[in-house]
Design a protein around this ligand. Structure first.
Ligand SMILES: Cc1ncc(COP(=O)(O)O)c(C=O)c1O
Length: 435
């Protein structure tokens, strides 16, 4: 465990803060730190602009679309990437002008496209051929389009967050000619394509895959200029930069990451007249390290196993507030906080499990003091991204609240814990089957 605060980039509550927040707001609880979040946006923007002046940062709101987060990130000068009508509506509700939103999605419905066009989104990132026709039909001539490309790059990350390889549902394949055909069809329809997009994958601890993807897209832009005179004005290189989920994870500093990415892409374009705006759209890196989740321990039990024994520390949350461990083995850093401030006994490795009717293993092989007990608090770091935005009601548990720690030291509940009324608001029982 690093003890040097200077190397700790993640937001961490003190034990006292964690205890008091858990007592005041209940658990499980998402906690976000405003100052940390603002600094993440500023740092990424500074890094990208100094690597490449003609650049723009977009926040991938799927990572956390809590309205307060959207408002804070937008106020720091980020555009907002939305991947559905719901995310677009969230951005609009947070006060973000539609023109500052970029609309993604690999299965946009006609209604979603209409809504995006009517709202006046700044850009639509087009994923497939039927979408081109639907956008043309929805008077999409009025907004900028990017074509999402599949560059055929396999990032070294979990298969479920790999998107840039050839065998993918996302975007137009470059190698088989689909991307070129899509561009020509847009031009034929008079649609305002301004450039290209790719996103190769997520939790990338170095920029190698993103650089490769960007370079292939830049090569494609060069070829389209040469063959068809098409001038790409924008290259969106996606998001994906990784964060320090585990103490041992060492993501490259964002400054070096942006330098490598910008240099890789501009190298390809050198000697051409192309000088596109470079865009990145990180989500996880912006908000992930700014948030923690607090759980209360429900029970501790040690059971026999063929190898000896295992201790389960069961908490009052689980896959409904953080599905990442169940979905793709997402790992985290977990800190123990005694409910009464007692000292921890020498640790042993335990399995932290959730409250759901599944194995619901949240965190495995976690060093935990042997005297961990009911009502102790666990603080899980780096849960600002893909926690609340992926939460569900499995087992009819209400989704947790989010507390924002304001820069002035106050606490603001920016997302209430779901109430029982909200839980059942969508449902009715037909009269003839009522008990
Ligand atoms: C198109 C696109 N852009 C950006 C992102 C953001 O990725 P990350 O949160 O890892 O930066 C994603 C993640 O799924 C994505 O699909």
């Amino acid at each position: 465990m690093p003890t040097d605060a200077a190397v700790e980039s993640r937001f961490v509550l003190t034990d006292e803060q964690a205890r008091s927040l858990a007592a005041k707001f209940g658990t499980p609880l998402y906690v976000l730190d405003e100052a940390h979040l603002r600094e993440r946006v500023r740092r990424y923007r500074r890094a990208f602009t100094s690597a490449h002046a003609n650049s723009e940062l977009t926040y991938a709101s799927k990572a956390n679309s809590t309205l307060a987060v959207l408002a804070i990130v937008a106020s720091e000068g980020c555009l907002i990437d939305v991947a559905s009508e719901g995310e677009l509506r969230a951005a609009l509700k947070a006060g973000v002008p539609a023109a500052k939103c970029h609309m993604h999605g690999n299965a946009k419905s006609s209604a979603e496209i209409e809504f995006a066009v009517e709202s006046g989104v700044g850009q639509i990132i087009v994923d497939n051929s039927p979408e081109i026709e639907a956008i043309a039909g929805a008077s999409g001539q009025r907004l900028d389009l990017l074509l999402r490309l599949a560059p055929g790059v396999d990032p070294k990350t979990h298969a479920k967050i790999s998107t840039g390889q050839a065998d993918t549902k996302f975007g137009f394949n470059i190698a088989d000619g689909s991307a070129e055909k899509a561009l020509l069809r847009c031009l034929e329809l008079g649609l305002p394509v301004v450039g290209f997009h790719c996103h190769v994958g997520s939790q990338l601890l170095d920029p190698e895959a993103q650089v490769s993807g960007g370079q292939i897209v830049a090569e494609f832009a060069k070829a389209m200029k040469r063959q068809h005179g098409f001038e790409a004005k924008v290259l969106n290189l996606g998001g994906g930069m990784g964060i320090r989920y585990r103490d041992e994870d060492q993501p490259m500093p964002v400054e070096e990451y942006c330098q490598a990415l910008a240099a890789g892409v501009t190298d390809v374009l050198a000697g051409t007249s192309l000088d596109p705006l470079l865009v990145q759209e990180p989500g996880r890196w912006i908000v992930g390290e700014s948030g923690v989740t607090l759980y209360a321990v429900s029970c501790v039990k040690t059971v026999p196993t063929p190898e000896g024994e295992r201790t389960y520390v069961v908490v009052d949350g689980g896959m409904s507030d953080n599905p990442r461990p169940a979905m793709y083995g997402g790992e985290y850093t977990v800190r123990w906080i005694a409910s009464d401030g007692r000292a921890g006994q020498p640790p042993k490795n335990v399995r932290v499990s959730g409250k759901h009717c599944e194995a619901d293993t949240l965190f495995d092989d976690v060093p935990m003091p042997a005297n961990v007990a009911r009502d102790d608090v666990l603080q899980v770091l780096c849960t600002g991204a893909y926690g609340s935005s992926m939460a569900s009601n499995y087992n009819r548990y209400p989704r947790p609240a989010t507390v924002l720690l304001r820069e002035d030291g106050t606490q603001s509940v920016v997302q209430q814990r779901e109430s029982w009324d909200e839980m059942f608001a969508r449902e009715t029982v037909p009269e003839d089957v009522q008990c």
